[in-house]
Design a protein around this ligand. Structure first.
Ligand code: KMH
Ligand code: ZN
Length: 279
């Protein structure tokens, strides 16, 4: 797996907010545009090169408001060089129509989840026709997808998608394994190894472990030549009994581990080349 393209350095993605945590429960979660931009700058400084964005409304609730998304893309571009990735996953309650409209904000990259999965007590619905629509709209608009994989069968679906509907915009295939979601694949080494075997030939991949799977998955991905995603979307606990201070703390730790693994963080320009995002 270390011979995969881009395996020399590590692309660190930060997912700072997500749609699940409530501001009341996690007061240091970045939810305003100002907080998000500051987070993006802090995380870029310590080694992140891509940001996976979910936004919130004035009451800190998840929203897919298009004007706000456009404003967010512009602000993060103005203040950082990070690759800007918008979530089309949104919250489990978002409509397909609103999730597709996210692409109208024209980010560099957008997530594309490869199947339906139980999500705690909710269902994260991703019908086949919806996935195809996301993929083809991204092809048309030159937006580079990151294929989000919550369970092993979703990798089989990715092969099917690429066979039937052709390569993504940019010509590179980049996958993110999201491991340890209650209802999805486990965040352990056996499952990680099984996922590795199913990733399309020549694709790059990152991985993120949710909650307590965070560190094992991070180390596994660094060892396997993969990239990593960290952030408060996926974990709000830094260590047993210790809350995350801020997203930069998680990125800094990932950078340190990447250096120890002799795979230091790569910058945004190198990440653009790796992902096939236009400069
Ligand atoms: N919030 C989850 C339901 C994505 O960003 O594309 C879905 C999610 C995946 O976070
Ligand atoms: Zn997300």
């Amino acid at each position: 797996a270390t011979s995969r393209p881009g395996a020399q350095g590590t692309l660190i993605t930060v997912a700072p907010t997500g749609a699940e945590h409530r501001k009341e429960d996690v007061p240091n979660l970045p939810v305003t545009l100002g907080e998000l931009v500051k987070t993006a700058q802090d995380c870029e400084r310590v080694g992140a090169s891509m940001i996976h964005i979910h936004i919130r409304d004035d009451d800190a609730r998840p929203t897919l408001d298009l004007a706000r998304l456009r404003e967010t893309v512009a602000a993060v571009r103005e203040h950082t060089r990070l690759v800007v990735q918008l979530s089309t996953g949104g919250a489990v309650t978002d409509s397909e129509e609103d999730r597709l409209a996210v692409l109208d904000a024209l980010p560099d990259s957008a997530s594309c989840t490869m199947g339906t999965v139980n999500f705690g007590t909710d269902v994260f619905l991703n019908r086949w026709e919806f996935i195809v629509e996301l993929h083809t709209r991204m092809q048309d608009r030159g937006i580079v997808p990151e294929y989000e994989i919550f369970d092993l069968g979703q990798l089989t679906s990715l092969h099917r998608l690429l066979d039937r509907h052709g390569p993504p915009a940019g010509g590179r295939v980049h996958v993110d394994l999201v491991m340890g979601v209650p209802g999805g694949m486990a965040g352990d080494l056996e499952t990680f190894a099984a996922a590795l075997r199913l990733i399309p030939e020549g694709a790059t991949f990152s991985a993120t472990g949710v909650g307590r799977a965070s560190i094992p998955v991070l180390l596994a991905s660094l060892s396997a030549g993969g990239h990593v995603r960290v952030g408060m979307e996926d974990t709000t606990t830094y260590a047993k009994g210790e809350r995350v201070k801020d997203n930069a703390q998680l990125v800094a730790r990932a950078s340190g581990l990447a250096r120890i693994a002799q795979r230091p963080p790569i910058g945004p320009e190198e990440s653009r080349v790796l992902l096939g995002v236009a400069s």
